[in-house]
Ligand binder design. Structure first.
Ligand code: ZN
Length: 240
């Protein structure tokens, strides 16, 4: 099976469409949370994922948008985007988001948004944080999002090495435990504005990272029309 692994789509429909097109053909779709928040098309993104029979987990923005998480620790722009999202999602979108679990097992992976020990808030952005999380999941490998940075941490001789995948990079999964992040579809933050996603080939046992161009200007125009924060509009062009 070829499985598309997406995270942090953040209501960005053009980026989602471009990624799905680029990863074709795939047999299943897993998503790692933050389906909504920041972007202008939360309902359209959820409808598209539902149509794809996507399975996955909820992120902090998803929980906040349905009122299950208070936004005290969000920065001003994130909070106003969450409030905008909460007041613009349909009943169907709300129900779909509210039904997402915090953690989901798809062997050989555990799927979470932030980290296995704190799925809602923790960012795995160093090898030591990755290592500290190894005891918090029982499957061999783990898939995370939340940082918006494509990366893999692989256990080697008792430590975790960080691998930064370029477009097309492949990682062969073996006995060594891996925590992998596909990067963000809808708001990349590693200085490359292209959407980021991953493909898991279960027969080959490989993870493969992809970067995909999408019409950024189209999303920015919608965000401006919908009065989302200006800084969120501009950052898409820089991937930061
Ligand atoms: Zn996010």
């Amino acid at each position: 099976m070829r499985i598309a692994v997406l995270s942090d789509i953040h209501g960005n429909l053009p980026a989602l469409e471009a990624v799905l097109d680029a990863l074709k053909p795939y047999d299943a779709l897993w998503q790692l949370g933050d389906v909504v928040g920041y972007g202008p098309q939360p309902n359209e993104v959820v409808a598209r994922l539902a149509q794809e029979n996507a399975t996955g987990v909820r992120g902090n923005h998803d929980a906040a948008a349905v009122g299950d998480l208070d936004t005290d620790s969000f920065n001003d722009d994130a909070r106003s985007a969450v409030e905008w999202t909460a007041s613009h999602i349909s009943r169907a979108t709300r129900d779909w988001l509210a039904a997402l679990p915090q953690r989901s097992i798809h062997l050989p992976f555990t799927l979470v948004h932030g980290s296995p020990r704190d799925p809602t808030w923790e960012y795995i952005f160093t090898s030591s944080i990755a290592r500290a999380n190894l005891s918090s999941f029982e499957t061999t490998h783990c898939l995370v999002g939340h940082t918006h940075i494509p990366i893999a941490y692989r256990e080697r001789d008792g430590r975790m090495e960080g691998l930064q995948p370029d477009d097309g990079a492949q990682l062969e999964l073996g006995e060594e435990r891996v925590i992998a992040n596909p990067g963000s579809v809808g708001q990349p933050r590693d200085g490359d504005p292209r959407a980021s996603a991953m493909l898991f080939d279960s027969e080959a046992g490989t993870l493969e990272w992809h970067r995909v161009e999408y019409p950024i200007g189209r999303v920015q125009k919608l965000m401006t029309e919908r009065k989302l924060p200006v800084r969120l509009v501009t950052r898409l062009a820089y991937g930061l």
